[in-house]
Ligand binder design. Structure first.
Ligand SMILES: Nc1ncnc2c1ncn2[C@@H]1O[C@H](COP(=O)(O)OP(=O)(O)OP(=O)(O)O)[C@@H](O)[C@H]1O
Length: 251
């Protein structure tokens, strides 16, 4: 009998360096993220959060070691793996000249959904994310908050079991922040594993159960957020972050 995979992500002893920037490298990095978790990856600018996320989704390839997503090696099973995750990147990943509907039709088809599934998901997502009234308007005319919501809708169009989010609320107002975080919690309650980075540590405290702090391409601590705060005798994630990463600029 097959054993059900426990980990959404399992990073084993990886090494990675950008060919044109060899002093920036990951060595012997290990990390396990259990299925169903709300996981936050935090660290100063340049710590390596985006790089690690790009490695976890197979956009970048490790030099040594392995990364598996729900038991599948991200560098070996691309077709299977691409259906297992959604990615909401820091930069907007849609066509500005198209409407939300046209963007979602394009990305829905790209993820292998049929026309009926796409139409159903478009109606659901535009309603949940408050974009129904502007469904046929060009995205380039949208506010920053509306564009962030379109970016999120694209990342979840195919109902992925694992969702990566790289600073999904950067530059948005309080209303959009609440809408996005609440939607992420609903997704998680229905079983989606969330893997999220942000510099908004108070927002992160309300969302994440498990966290890892990254500094200088190394994981300096990881665990349950409440246990870490207790262990280090801090009240907030920001206090813990400053305590463990210091106050000096990194860039
Ligand atoms: N394509 C690239 N080529 C070479 N070096 C890169 C590349 N992308 C990032 N780096 C370097 O890798 C390091 C980690 O960058 P990364 O963007 O992963 O950090 P981050 O923790 O996400 O930072 P931020 O919080 O500013 O988004 C930085 O020193 C950066 O300059």
């Amino acid at each position: 009998m097959a054993i059900a995979e426990t980990y959404a992500v399992n990073i084993n002893d990886i090494e990675f360096g950008y060919p044109d920037n060899p002093e920036v490298s990951f060595t012997q990095l290990n990390l396990k993220i259990a299925k169903g978790e709300r996981f936050g990856l935090f660290g100063p600018n340049g710590a390596g959060k985006t790089t690690l996320m790009n490695l976890m989704t197979g956009l970048l390839k490790v030099n040594k070691g392995s990364i598996s997503l729900l038991g599948h090696d991200v560098n070996k099973h691309n077709n299977t793996v691409s259906k297992l995750f959604g990615f909401v990147p820091q930069d907007f990943s849609f066509y500005q000249e198209l409407s939300p509907v046209e963007n979602l039709e394009f990305f829905g088809a790209w993820s292998g959904l049929n026309k009926q599934q796409i139409n159903q998901r478009i109606d659901e997502l535009l309603d949940i994310l408050g974009l129904d009234d502007v469904r046929n308007k060009q995205v380039q005319k949208f506010s920053g908050g509306m564009k962030r919501r379109v970016n999120l809708a694209i990342g979840v169009i195919h109902n992925p079991p694992v969702l990566f989010l790289d600073e999904p609320t950067v530059g948005v107002d309080v209303q959009t922040r609440h809408a996005i975080i609440n939607y992420l919690k609903i997704l998680n309650e229905s079983g989606t594993t969330l893997i999220y980075t942000s510099h908004q540590l108070s927002e992160a405290e309300g969302l994440c159960e498990q966290v890892a702090l990254l500094d200088d391409r190394k994981i300096i601590t990881q665990g349950n957020i409440h246990s870490l705060l207790k262990e280090h005798q801090h009240n907030t994630l920001e206090e813990l972050f400053i305590d463990l990463t210091g106050k000096e600029y990194r860039d």
